[in-house]
Design a protein around this ligand. Structure first.
Ligand code: AMP
Ligand code: ZN
Length: 474
């Protein structure tokens, strides 16, 4: 197996991946803030995390993948400004924060599941880990990195000399106050809250007792506390969107390393943004597209996954209906090719494929191992399916093997083929469909409707189109 190379934001270079413990990987990906539906842009990191985890496992690593659910502490500005996103939404809807969190967490997992994203090994909610956060803040405080002001406890970034290394920030430039709005409590503009005791909100459901008074945690501390709880004080990979580099991840590193005195995370992986027109697609910028809105328009969620994989994760990607349509037709022809191969027989056992097929598989794995180069990997998949020299069972075996990482539902297509409709049933359906067409032509709509109902009762769904009526089994 090739060595995985990852572009590490920390240091901005491609590096060979070397885990802390041979054969094992601790991976933390920042999860959603569950105050609204995830938009299409939000889904980009989770598909990337899934691809990363699948690739690592393919390469033989045992991966512990941890994802948090932010259900408290994320203010509308990443730098401690504005209102708590969760509380604001709860107040608007007249619901409890927990109801809002539960509703949107379920919606989030419905979407990720439809996108073929495997559940992380651990999913942890911020509200269930406040004790861990308090314990971590105590350690940071004991080491002298904090100060209290205006009822809140802050992290003093000037006490942490390498502050801003991840984002290539320079502290003296930050002091000019250009980056963040000035909170009068802060000694330095980049300082950030570890604990708020002066709640701006009336809702008492979201406060906890702490050594600094009754209040609630800052957003950044949740990721430090929960990742350490499940992965230890040092772990291998941390991921999130590029917007997290200058504040959220920069602050996570400062407070974690202040607490432990050790390097916290070795590799930082950040996905670029999905753009919608010229705008960054953001929950706050009004209308945004959800996965469900694509499904409502007739797309398969995996068409969107194909669209995402068509770009490297470190490139910005522009959303357009035209590109989504191309992704859909590309994925459909993939499925058609896989079905056509499956008609010719079973897939060859992957261990027994010949040298030509093996070379193709190796190029595919090499593409994935080179910083998850999904566009190249897709090209390798296409190459395998188009290669006239490959015996059908080997081409099929390759497609299924590659799809184990890409997750485009190709194995599902094969299963659908295996469960092909019994020819006798098909003949009966075709007969009724033809009879219905004749009834419609003769304007006997009662008979036409009765036939549709009879078919529906047997689980047959009809779709009338310009070229006639298509049917499928529901
Ligand atoms: P949130 O639920 O708002 O905390 O965001 C969840 C994840 O989506 C974070 O990792 C963000 O960095 C990422 N994200 C937000 N907007 C976009 C976008 N337009 N394109 C790609 N990733 C995004
Ligand atoms: Zn985070």
């Amino acid at each position: 197996m090739p060595t995985l190379r990852l572009f590490n934001t920390l240091g901005r270079q491609l590096q060979d991946f070397v885990p802390l413990v041979p054969g094992k990987v601790g991976f933390y990906g920042c999860g959603p803030t569950v105050y609204d539906y995830a938009h299409l842009g939000n889904m980009r990191p989770y598909v990337l995390h899934d691809i990363l985890v699948r690739s690592l496992r393919y390469l033989g690593y045992e991966v512990t993948h941890v994802m948090n659910i932010t259900d408290v502490g994320h203010l509308s500005g990443d730098s401690d400004l504005g209102e708590d996103k969760m509380l604001k939404r709860a107040e608007e809807r007249g619901k409890s924060v927990y109801e809002i969190a539960e509703f949107y967490t379920a919606a989030f997992f419905r979407d990720t599941e439809r996108l073929g994203v495997a559940r992380p090994s651990v999913v942890c909610k911020a509200t269930e880990h406040v004790a861990d956060m308090i314990a971590l803040i105590k350690r940071i405080e004991a080491k002298g990195y904090t100060y209290s002001a205006g009822g809140n406890l802050y992290f003093d970034v000037t006490k942490f000399p390498s502050y801003g290394e991840l984002a290539l920030l320079k502290l003296d430039e930050l002091k000019a106050g250009a980056r963040v709005e000035v909170d009068p409590n802060k000694r330095n503009p980049a300082d950030f809250a570890l604990w708020f005791t002066k709640s701006k909100f009336g809702n008492q459901a979201m406060v906890w007792d702490s050594p600094w008074g009754r209040g609630y945690p800052g957003w950044h501390i949740e990721c430090s506390a929960m990742s350490m709880r499940y992965l230890g004080e040092q772990f291998d990979i941390h991921a999130g969107g590029v917007d997290h580099i200058p504040i959220h991840h920069t602050n996570e590193i400062a407070q974690s390393e202040a607490a432990t005195g050790k390097k916290w995370v070795n590799y930082w992986v950040h996905n670029e943004f999905l753009n919608f027109g010229k705008l960054k697609m953001a929950k706050s910028s009004g209308e945004f597209l959800t996965l469900q809105s694509l499904v409502d328009k007739g797309y398969d969620p995996l068409d969107y996954r194909y669209f995402l994989l068509g770009a490297h994760y470190r490139s910005q990607l522009a959303f357009s209906w035209e590109s989504l349509d191309s992704a859909r037709s590309a994925r459909r022809s993939l499925l058609d090719r896989v079905l056509a191969l499956a008609e010719k027989g079973h897939a060859a056992p992957i261990a027994s494929i010949g040298p030509a097929a093996r070379a193709r598989l190796e190029s595919f794995v090499a593409a994935m191992a080179e910083d998850l180069a999904t566009p190249r990997a897709l090209a390798e998949l296409w190459g395998a399916l188009r290669d006239p020299e490959l015996p059908a069972p080997e081409a099929l075996a390759l497609a299924l093997e590659m799809d184990g990482i890409l997750g485009l539902g190709l194995a599902g297509a094969r299963r659908a083929e295996a469960a092909a409709v019994d020819p006798e049933l098909a003949a009966w359906i075709e007969g009724l469909v033809a009879e219905r067409a004749a009834a419609k032509k003769a304007k006997d709509f009662a008979r036409a409707d009765a036939i549709r109902a009879e078919l529906a009762a047997k689980g047959v769904v009809l779709a009338d189109g310009a070229g006639g009526t298509a049917w499928k089994l529901a």
